[in-house]
Design a protein around this ligand. Sequence first.
Ligand SMILES: Nc1ncnc2c1ncn2[C@@H]1O[C@H](COP(=O)(O)OP(=O)(O)O)[C@@H](O)[C@H]1O
Ligand SMILES: [Mg+2]
Length: 221
Amino acid sequence: MGEEKVYALRDISLDVYRYETLCLLGTSGSGKSTLLNVMAGLDRPSSGQIVIDGRLHLEKLSEQELTKFRQYNVGFVFQSYNLIPTLSALENVCLGLTFKGIPKKEREEAAKDILNKVGLGDRMNHRPKEMSGGQQQRVSIARAFVDAPPILFADEPTGNLDTKTSIEVMELMKEMANTHKQTLIIVTHDLETADYADRIIEMRDGKIIRDENVGNRKDIL
Ligand SMILES: Nc1ncnc2c1ncn2[C@@H]1O[C@H](COP(=O)(O)OP(=O)(O)O)[C@@H](O)[C@H]1O
Ligand SMILES: [Mg+2]
């Protein structure tokens, strides 16, 4: 940043286990989003390694390979939903499948199915601005989970939602991740959201200051 060098992450060493729900907890500026983006192949670390499944080194991939990696392996849920405003709920959920070359009929069936599961069966043709924040986040959850990627990243997924809606959104993500045996990595500054995790990683000034199993993990193996 200008003349000043900001170390967003320092000396991070972290193993994430398959099927776990991991929470990155910390105050604003502690490095949570940077760590999430690095793990998801959205950002590159200046040094170090990110190894997926014990063999795939993200730091060695080209931009094109990273795009492919994300397309087939990860889903994202963001604080501000990041839906395309001109597309309906159904079209937003279908879009990623279109890029993967899945035929229209098949992708619409998959999108309708998951929109029903997130409770938006009657909102499929609505655009984002015609929906509440909670409904928009459900659409973005449907989009992230529609083809059940092995890893789900959520950056402050409840950051713009009221308490009741936050609980609904977290229950929904947790249930989907359990059903499909997905690894869920959630960034939050909020202890109530962290309550859904099997394991809490607390960050401060770009470092991990706590790594604790909190025992929420159901036996899903
Ligand atoms: N693009 C950037 N350029 C410079 N500094 C940045 C950039 N992105 C984040 N930072 C800094 O890195 C640190 C960690 O940021 P971030 O990962 O966004 O934290 P969090 O998600 O925990 O709020 C902060 O000090 C932030 O100001
Ligand atoms: Mg952040």
